[in-house]
Unconditional design. Structure first.
Length: 453
């Protein structure tokens, strides 16, 4: 089903959830990571091999930082293995053997007996000559294949050739660690002997998916360098026109044969060179990570400052609206209190004003030249009773207090002896004042009289 790429935490969780009981193999990588690029072809091959039982996922740690942070990734490549959305195993480093062993163990891959056939390859009878890994030597037929031009190698695959059998086991256990040039000379004439570690590295490069010729050429040009260095060399020279050209036998022997072993001084110089390169690389990586952390810190600080500024702005706006509303309520309350105070003052003036003020008001009303336009056409007099009831009627200036008394007796026939009292100016009217014109009493244009029994 191919390889899936997780770009966010939600996407990652969905892949785990939708994978069911299948094993999920997650490769945490970076574009700048040489070992990550070196093991990438092997991951593609494994995804095709286990397409029915495994789900392969790639996570770019530079683009999906949330996933890398959640999973605690500290180095690349790192492999996580999930079943039913639970982490069941993990390891770091471009280790093809461990990756294959872990997938086979967790996926419970079926094993087959017999020789079988390679998917997409030729039959067993047409198989290419085999390298005898146990004795750490390349039979002439295999070496001849690696040193042939590309066209000749393609033709040789179609011709059936017998497999080269491994030499008979001797009483001494011959391995890649203890094999010597004399051992090879005694086993098979013309064989090429590799120095320690070459066979393992060549095997790892081929397991990663690199062609035999490219893997061998990388080890020759890096003089038996690390698998990562060899993979880096292949990536750097992948576009070269002669990348698939055969390697000269003399070059293989000079770079990887027994005579290519370094002297003690060369070993020390090589060790110092490798240590220096590793230290510089580590320092560069630490510096890069420090820069990334500082960038993230600055970015987080800016985001936090922006959120804080927005919160403060919202708080200021809410405070302003609250103060505005409170001021409006206070103004309305002050206006209401002023109105009540004014009404109370008017009532007190009418209740406690001296009689001289009544006379002065009446004099001003009747004085020549005054404009009594408000009372010239009359007005309304309100008559108030002790039980709270009231009567109103319109009177003209030339009418008298007697007319008001007559109106009152007409409206209230059962009313006995009474007096009429004005609040402001304070004055008591009896039937003896019946001849007084209303224009002189100050009751017009609008006045009030209280009935006193």
């Amino acid at each position: 089903m191919g390889i899936e790429y997780a770009s966010s935490m939600n996407n990652f969780n969905d892949i785990l959830k939708n994978s069911g009981n299948k094993l999920v193999v997650v490769d945490f990588y970076a574009d700048w990571c040489g070992p990550c690029r070196a093991i990438a072809p092997l991951i593609e091959n494994l995804s095709a091999q286990y397409s029915g039982s495994c789900v392969f996922v790639k996570v770019n740690v530079d683009e999906a930082r949330d996933i890398a942070g959640y999973c605690g990734i500290r180095s690349m490549p790192t492999f996580h293995f999930y079943k039913n959305s639970k982490l069941v195993d993990e390891f770091s480093g471009a280790n093809p053997g461990k990756l294959q062993e872990t997938i086979a163990r967790l996926a419970q891959a079926e094993t087959f007996s017999g020789k079988g056939q390679v998917l997409g390859g030729s039959s067993a009878s047409n198989a290419t000559p085999k390298i005898d890994w146990s004795s750490a030597k390349v039979p002439p037929s295999a070496l001849e294949k690696l040193t042939k031009p590309t066209e000749e190698r393609a033709e040789s695959v179609a011709e059936p050739k017998p497999d080269v059998a491994a030499p008979e086991a001797s009483s001494e256990n011959v391995t890649t660690e203890n094999v010597t040039a004399s051992d090879v000379a005694n086993t098979e004439e013309g064989s090429v002997q590799f120095i320690e570690g070459v066979v393992e590295k060549l095997n790892q490069l081929m397991e990663m998916g690199f062609a035999e010729t490219r893997a061998l050429k990388a080890l020759v040009n890096t003089r038996n360098g690390s698998v990562e260095n060899a993979a880096e060399w292949i990536f750097e020279h992948m576009e070269d026109d002669d990348i698939d050209e055969p390697v000269a036998r003399s070059a293989i022997e000079n770079a990887l044969g027994p005579n290519s072993k370094l002297t003690e001084e060369e070993k020390r110089a090589k060790a110092i060179e490798l240590a220096t390169a590793a230290r510089l690389k580590r320092e560069q990586e630490e510096k890069r990570l420090e820069i990334e952390r500082e960038k993230n810190r600055i970015k987080s600080g800016k985001e936090l400052a922006a959120v804080k500024a927005q919160f403060e702005e919202e708080q200021r706006r809410r405070n302003y609206e609250m103060r505005k509303r409170e001021k409006k309520e206070q103004d309305e309350e002050k206006r209401r209190l002023r109105e009540l105070l004014r009404e109370d003052q008017e009532a007190r003036k009418l209740k406690f004003a001296p009689k001289s003020a009544v006379v002065a008001t009446a004099a001003e009303s009747s004085a020549p030249g005054t404009t009594a336009g408000s009372s010239s056409s009359g007005g309304t007099i309100e008559i108030r009773f002790s039980d709270g009831t009231r009567l109103q009627n319109h009177f003209t200036p030339d009418q008298t207090v007697g007319d008001v008394i007559a109106f009152l007796r007409k409206e209230r026939p059962s009313l006995g002896s009474f007096q009429l009292q004005s609040n402001y100016p304070r004055k008591v009217f009896t039937e003896n004042d019946a001849s007084c014109q209303l224009s002189t009493t100050g009751l017009l244009p609008r006045g009030a009289l209280t009935v006193r029994m």
